[in-house]
Design a protein around this ligand. Structure first.
Ligand SMILES: NC(=O)c1ccc[n+]([C@@H]2O[C@H](COP(=O)([O-])OP(=O)(O)OC[C@H]3O[C@@H](n4cnc5c(N)ncnc54)[C@H](O)[C@@H]3O)[C@@H](O)[C@H]2O)c1
Length: 230
């Protein structure tokens, strides 16, 4: 039986990912803080063995809109769970995952757009998208793919309190955790790597296209992309 792991698998999108992968016949390990696994702890990753599929999904909100009200502990925790948790996971998987291994990271629409209500969360999710897009080339040399899913507001315990009340009052649709897990499965099966998949209620997962950046110009001549620096 093929093996899989899901971080943050005890709740919300992670629990739906566990169910989705089990329905595909995977033997799935849920690695969650509530069961003693901290994604931000490199020692915990050292104990992780080979899996064919990995969902690096654990995440937390970042904090208040006003940076003056941000606590250092809150900031560091968001960076540790959302960014270290993905980078350290990919670092370990690059060592133990077999060729043809597949990774999907749960980023967010907050990784593609500004989020004035929670700038630190947006910073962490932009980091996840940038990391996934950038590390894909190196992982492909090992035969491993990595993609990101970028859901909008999802119906999980993360969307709670006044935020949920405001969304409900506005009639704003939340995507189900099961639909996010389905989108992650589409990304895993896509044969693509380094892509970010937008996940919105009522729409099929969208393979997001980033605009081409302007390159440098020398006098009246445009210059091609930079050479590899490694
Ligand atoms: N809910 C949304 O609207 C939404 C939208 C876009 C992206 N996301 C992302 O989806 C992912 C899952 O979120 P969710 O909505 O299911 O939230 P959730 O709060 O329901 O679940 C998060 C899970 O992560 C676990 N976790 C937290 N810190 C951890 C750590 N250090 N190590 C291991 N596990 C840890 C929690 O125990 C919990 O089980 C997160 O990365 C989140 O940022 C959520």
């Amino acid at each position: 039986m093929s093996r899989a792991l899901v971080t943050g698998g005890a709740s919300g999108i992670g629990a739906a990912l566990v169910s989705r992968l089990r329905s595909e016949g995977f033997d799935v390990d849920s690695l969650d803080l509530v069961t003693g696994f901290d994604v931000s702890d490199p020692d915990h990753w050292d104990a992780v063995g080979p899996v064919e599929v990995a969902c690096l999904n654990a995440g937390v909100l970042g904090g208040p809109a006003d940076p003056a009200a941000l606590t250092v502990d809150g900031y560091r925790r968001a960076m540790a769970v959302n960014v270290d948790g993905v980078v350290l996971g990919v670092r370990r998987l690059a060592t133990v995952m077999p060729s043809r291994g597949r990774i999907v990271c749960t980023a967010s629409l907050a990784g593609l757009t500004a989020v004035p209500d929670d700038p630190v969360y947006a910073a962490t999710k932009h980091a996840v998208v940038g990391f996934v897009r950038s590390v894909a080339a190196s992982l492909s040399e090992r035969g491993i793919s990595v993609n990101a899913v970028c859901p909008g507001f999802a119906d999980t315990p993360m969307v709670a309190g006044s935020a949920r009340e405001r969304l409900t009052a506005a009639g704003f649709p939340l995507i189900s955790a099961a639909d996010v897990a389905e989108a992650a499965w589409v990304a895993l099966q896509s044969g693509e790597t380094g892509h970010a998949w937008v996940v919105q209620p009522g729409r099929p997962p969208l393979d997001f296209r980033f605009p081409t950046l302007p390159g440098p110009r020398r006098a009246h001549e445009s210059v091609g992309p930079p050479p590899s620096l490694s």
